[in-house]
Design a protein around this ligand. Sequence first.
Ligand code: SAM
Length: 212
Amino acid sequence: MKEILPGLYILRRDRLATSPPSQEPLYGEKIVDGLRVWDPRRSKLAALLLRYPCLEGVVPSGKVLYLGAANGTTVSYLSDILTGGMIYAVEISPRAMRDLLLLAEQRENIIPVLGDAARPETYRRIVEPVDLLYQDVAQRNQAEIASRNASIYLKPNGLMVVMIKARSIDSTARSTEIFDEEIRRLSGVEVLRRVDLPHHRDHVAVVTRKLR
Ligand code: SAM
């Protein structure tokens, strides 16, 4: 077992693991030697970190704006490794928010926000400047949503990771063309790397840094 980032371990067979505050599995995951197994097939962020552990400087104490938190599966793993940090977890679906609220009750570093990531000004009173903007909303205008949030909330030099799903944008055009076009639409950031995600067909992760 090797630690690839503070509190993030790589196990055999391409699995990641984190050290949770309690030993109870939250989403039916395995616990091995006290560590929560983080399956890259179930989380695009886990798949990205296996290929490119880009969160240096963000963990363990950074602030994160997470757009598209869903029921909190991936948020819970980020919470494990952000022991001194904070996650502002934005989700539009009230149904998913119910699960997220239950998770946030157990964690001191998650602030759930029921809101629309396409209207970032609506959560200005809650969210503070962040070191990482992570977006996984599967919407047609993903690049625009990410750029607008970054312009308001991301610190200069901060990291932005956008999970781009080709099928959310156009179900007929070739994926590579869609990804290129979407990346061109990101503004105010420089692209550090584009990563094809293992286990997630039709998705790429775009890792960027905000310009000063
Ligand atoms: N990131 C999650 C994980 O790994 O556990 C999965 C996210 S799922 C692919 C996409 C989520 O984005 C859904 O829960 C959906 O309700 C949410 N979503 C879609 N549009 C949104 C918007 N405009 N604002 C906030 N959340 C949105």
